[in-house]
Design a protein around this ligand. Structure first.
Ligand SMILES: Cc1cc2nc3c(=O)[nH]c(=O)nc-3n(C[C@H](O)[C@H](O)[C@H](O)COP(=O)(O)OP(=O)(O)OC[C@H]3O[C@@H](n4cnc5c(N)ncnc54)[C@H](O)[C@@H]3O)c2cc1C
Length: 471
């Protein structure tokens, strides 16, 4: 085996690429990241007592890959005490103690109430089924478990599952479903159900924590720890097998570079992986191309109010009556002692409204979003200190009804490949846990393959070496 420049080259420095690199840090590694930072779609910026959040923010439960990595790189999580299923409806914010109280509390007609309760019961039953699929079965690999969860209610769309309720009820579910970055028609029923399952699990709520200091801390600390093993502004254009190694070509500051590696982990969104990776089976490339993503225009807001606000005890509000679908109060986890002045909010849209919103300029997006923020909370007028609009394309990945990911799963089972894949598209809906979990598996496969090739090289060197007698 000829010596390559690196044992492993990791492409993309989002949660998946950073996690893979961290796991393989004892090896000769190189991370190629096309932007100036690590963290990908986890992104926040420190602002005094608060942080301005622009990307992913809800972190998974103890025992998850993400939590294990946070622990090993010395980052703390903080609990989110606030309500996560509040609704802005007919000009009022409803934040009942239990999600089951919503059909009884929202102002609506009798017909709408009955419809909302009936769909709610059906979703609750489906969430129970989803939770069963999520259970860990001893002896089962993570990949098999994930594939099982992804197949849950994957044959029909969320729209078919919900049916055609009265218009106002439909708007409510439409807005909630857009957290998957897609309309109800476009995502399968399992995706929609998992969205409700993540926040509707009572004490077992699987997403009840934030990263202290903001989700951007993940990438910032990874940048410090991985140091010069990362090249920034390095946009990979090709990953190709050359003899017994892999050649990675990338553009950096307008100059084309090439490096060789024994193993490569491709940790970029699926459609980009399909474009840059040569020498993979055509059914795997076709599967990567079919993975769906929807955009998320997001706006982070720093406020400078000096007294309490009506949303202080709320973390998330679904907003069917606004130009955005979700409103988040990122200061909620910090409202434990005396209330400090100021705050941090975020709003975003998904699905069709997100695509429409992205046709506007940043200023137009800001003005449209702010008009609705003021309609919800007029107390905020005169207290907006800073806004930043972020255009996430891709925003999130989701699976449509009938999507078949089996070619990629079969490829991952093979023990004769040197190009591995990781990313949030390994699940029915994208999230940081899938990104880091699939990265852990890709890193393990790369390490096994490296070790086996090193053993083979050692054996052949030993066989070639002249023995004492023949010498
Ligand atoms: C607004 C928003 C809210 C979200 N909320 C949550 C949440 O609360 N909880 C949760 O778990 N998830 C959430 N997510 C999803 C989560 O952020 C993603 O699932 C996660 O970031 C995916 O990680 P990844 O590494 O697979 O991809 P990414 O984060 O997209 O990282 C990919 C990296 O690859 C780089 N790259 C791309 N192409 C190339 C190339 N050719 N060469 C070199 N580098 C390249 C990119 O610059 C990027 O850094 C949210 C996402 C958004 C946008």
């Amino acid at each position: 085996m000829d010596k390559t420049d690196y044992d492993v080259v990791v492409i993309g420095g989002g949660p998946a690429g950073s996690a893979a690199a961290w796991e393989l840090r004892d090896r000769r590694i190189l991370v190629l990241e096309k932007t100036h930072r690590l963290g990908g779609r986890l992104f926040s910026m420190s602002r005094g007592d608060y942080w301005l959040n622009l990307g992913g923010h809800l972190f998974p439960a103890p025992g998850s890959h993400m939590r294990n990595i946070l622990h090993s790189i010395g980052l703390d999580i903080i609990r989110i005490p606030g309500n996560k299923f509040a609704i802005y409806w007919g000009g009022k914010v409803y934040a009942p103690k239990s999600v089951s109280a919503l059909p009884l509390t929202l102002a609506m007609s009798f017909r709408e109430r009955v419809s909302l309760a009936a769909i709610g019961l059906r979703i609750l039953k489906a969430v129970k089924g989803w939770q069963q699929q999520m259970q860990i079965v001893y002896g089962e690999s993570n990949q098999v478990r994930r594939a099982r969860v992804a197949r849950y209610m994957s044959d029909i769309s969320f729209r078919d599952f919900i049916g055609r309720p009265p218009r106002r009820v439909e708007q409510l579910f439409q807005s909630a479903a857009r957290r998957a970055a897609a309309e109800m028609e476009d995502q399968n029923a399992g995706v929609g159900v998992s969205l409700f399952g993540a926040v509707w699990a009572g004490k077992g709520d699987s997403m009840a924590v934030n990263l202290n200091g903001g989700s951007g801390r993940f990438g910032e600390v990874m940048m410090e720890l991985l140091g010069d093993r990362v090249h920034y502004h390095a946009s990979v254009t090709s990953v190709a097998k050359t003899g017994d190694h892999v050649t990675v070509t990338y553009d950096m500051n307008g100059v084309s570079h090439s490096v060789t590696a024994t193993q490569v982990i491709v940790a970029v969104p699926a459609y980009q992986a399909a474009e840059i990776t040569r020498d993979i089976p055509e059914d795997v490339r076709a599967t990567l191309r079919k993975v769906q993503y929807g955009p998320f225009p997001t706006m982070g807001i720093i406020t400078d109010e000096t007294g309490p606000m009506p949303y202080d005890d709320i973390y998330a509000i679904t907003t069917p009556d606004a130009s955005f679908d979700m409103f988040f109060n990122h200061a909620n986890p910090l409202r434990t002692g005396p209330r400090k002045p100021g705050g941090s909010l975020m709003v975003y849209s998904g699905g069709t409204p997100a695509r429409e919103m992205l046709k506007l300029s940043d200023e137009q997006i800001r003005d449209t979003y702010l008009a609705d923020v003021f309609r919800m909370f007029p107390q905020l007028k005169g207290h907006i200190k800073e806004t930043i609009v972020q255009r996430w394309e891709p925003g999130n990945t989701y699976r449509p009804a009938g999507f078949n990911f089996d070619p990629m799963l079969a490829y991952c089972e093979r023990d004769d490949v040197d190009i591995h894949f990781a990313g949030d598209y390994f699940a029915e809906i994208g999230n940081m846990e899938i990104a880091t979990g699939s990265a852990h598996e890709a890193a393990r496969r790369a390490r096994v393959r490296l070790m086996s090739r090193e053993r083979k090289a050692q054996t052949s060197r030993a066989a070639d070496a002249p023995t004492a007698r023949s010498a």
